[in-house]
Design a protein around this ligand. Sequence first.
Ligand code: PLP
Length: 393
Amino acid sequence: MAHKARGASTRAVHAGESRQKMFHAITNPIVQTSTYVFRNTQELIEYTTGRIDREEYGRYGNPTQHVAEQKLVELEGGESAALFSSGMCALTTVLLAMLSAGSHVIIMDECYRRSRQFCLQVLPKYGIDVSFVETGNYEHLDDAITDRTRLIISESPTNPYLNVLDLERLVRIARAHRVKVLIDGTFATPYNQQPLSYGIDLVIHSATKYLGGHNDLMAGVVIGSRTLISAIKEFRDIMGGIIDPHGAYLLIRGLKTFGVRMEQHNRNGLAVARYLEQHPRIKRVYYPGLESHPHYQIARQQMRGFGGVVSFEVDGDLEQTSRFIDHLTIPYIGPSLGGVESLIEQPAIMSFYEMTREERLAIGIKDELVRFSIGIEDANDVIEDLDQALRKM
Ligand SMILES: Cc1ncc(COP(=O)(O)O)c(C=O)c1O
């Protein structure tokens, strides 16, 4: 097993794995089973009474998933992890496990649209009060906490404007009120940011993104203390949203190259952000690695690199922005981020098209906003592609 003091790439390759595996194979097997059988009744009794530790049923656990979970524990620096069938499944199960009727949760307002939807539309149905606080408004956050508040949730960096939270300050406020904090670190990954080391209680990721890294799997993970994760796992057993064995294998496979992929995403993100910032047809670039970003200083303190997502506003209207996107030849037009292939989207059309322009603007989605997830292609090629598309806009 890899040691925690070893580098992130070494941990990504080796953590969680036995040196000798089935049939002496170097790769971890996909244990493609829904159930596990007992030799005899005595063994079943020993298992039920906790005298032996083993698998029982696929909804409760699988050996391939355990390896993937241990890798993520060692990468994130926590005690325990629980994997789910998607990032949303991780978030919704965690919230339902931690909150109950009469409790109150605070969420920073700039976040993935489905997370907002869950808090706005689902939690109130179960008697859970929700407050939205402007992202990064710490005074307002402090004021919003009541004696019923159980949890504060925020992304960092946020989707899509890549705002970075001051984790130390967040923890100070939460601790003063004995409230727990959950960070969605999907955009940063444990390679670039380690929220648990600041005292954050739980970190979740859409593992569909950088952790899997190849646009070929859906998964989500929550990492934290043994006590919290064990309660969440009990809820997962009931809700049933565990990752499947093949998904867990793909995640292990993707994590093998985690370190080198993240280095390339970080390099590409910065190079593209710098290029866009000086381009006359670009109005504004949002990337925490740029000095012009309002959270550049805190991002530099908290993050090793800034990832591959760059958001920007084109100097044009909705149609001109679409024209620019349609002229690109490297990125695919599609939702998601964090994979080896570059993906680009115009949020006003990709995710928010059913809203009126006014409704979109009210949640900060401008017509000319573009979210670009730069893959691991060569930065020069990506920049040349942007150049020709901007000329044809
Ligand atoms: C920041 C963030 N969190 C969570 C999710 C949800 O993850 P999944 O799509 O794996 O359910 C997403 C998806 O885009 C996301 O961007």
